[in-house]
Write a protein of this length. Structure first.
Length: 239
């Protein structure tokens, strides 16, 4: 019997945009399954039915391919993120954006690890498309806070940058063990906890000093009335 051929059948020729899309899709699948540390372009090529060299025709390096995968992921998130209703209370709007960011991490831990631990640590990160997309995601949070300030629900004396850093710092710390593969977290519970803690610190509190003074005056008036009544009764008895 003749030996079985090991020659790979020729891949169907695709237009450039379709080929790139196919490579990005399989690269994302491999990244989700293996993580960036075990990511191999050869496996991506095999899944696409092409040679590894074909990948490098479109992406100069493995890192360039991973960066493009991350950019596509961020763009999808921004497009899919449901806009919150401006008619909702600010706390509910804030809960919405916090929840969305936690859900993003919960759904794509490998991509999140790559962005946080690899790309963000690079000195050139601030000039990248990923950095700009990340700024757009953060802007969803600051826009809610700005709206709260304008409507008088959030204090004006706190820096927007500080509030933003507090929120995203809390999100990162809440999910860090999960990203390291050492635990899990509830998106709903984490979002509610972070929102409650942050909002309680930035919300404008009703000034109760006026109400307290009214209560004091009311009690004094009652005491005065009682004294006056008792005084009249005493006068009548003495007559």
């Amino acid at each position: 019997m003749a030996p079985k051929s090991t020659v790979r059948p020729a891949a169907r020729r695709l237009p450039r945009d379709q080929r790139v899309a196919a490579i990005l899709l399989e690269a994302r699948n491999v990244l989700q399954e293996r993580g960036s540390e075990q990511f191999l372009t050869s496996e991506v090529a095999e899944r696409c039915g092409i040679s590894e060299g074909t990948i490098y025709k479109y992406f100069p390096t493995k890192r360039d391919l991973l960066i493009q995968v991350a950019e596509t992921w961020f763009e999808e998130f921004l497009a899919d993120m449901r806009p919150h209703s401006r008619n909702l209370p600010i706390r509910e709007q804030l809960l919405h954006v916090v929840w969305s960011n936690l859900y993003l991490i919960r759904r794509e831990p490998a991509l999140t690890r790559f962005v946080l631990m690899d790309l963000r640590a690079d000195s050139s990160f601030r000039g990248t498309r990923i950095h700009e997309l990340n700024r757009q995601i953060a802007a969803r949070v600051t826009s809610v806070v700005e709206s709260g300030v304008k409507t008088g629900q959030i204090r004006r004396d706190i820096s927007l940058k500080v509030i933003r850093d507090m929120i995203f710092g809390a999100i990162e710390h809440q999910t860090w063990a999960y990203l390291r593969g050492e635990g899990d977290f509830s998106v709903d519970e984490s979002a509610a906890s972070i929102t409650d803690i942050v909002y309680s610190g930035i919300a404008v509190r009703a000034d109760k000093s006026g109400n307290d003074m009214d209560a004091v005056l009311s009690r004094l008036e009652k005491i005065a009335d009682n004294l006056a009544t008792n005084g009249k009764q005493t006068d009548r008895k003495s007559e």
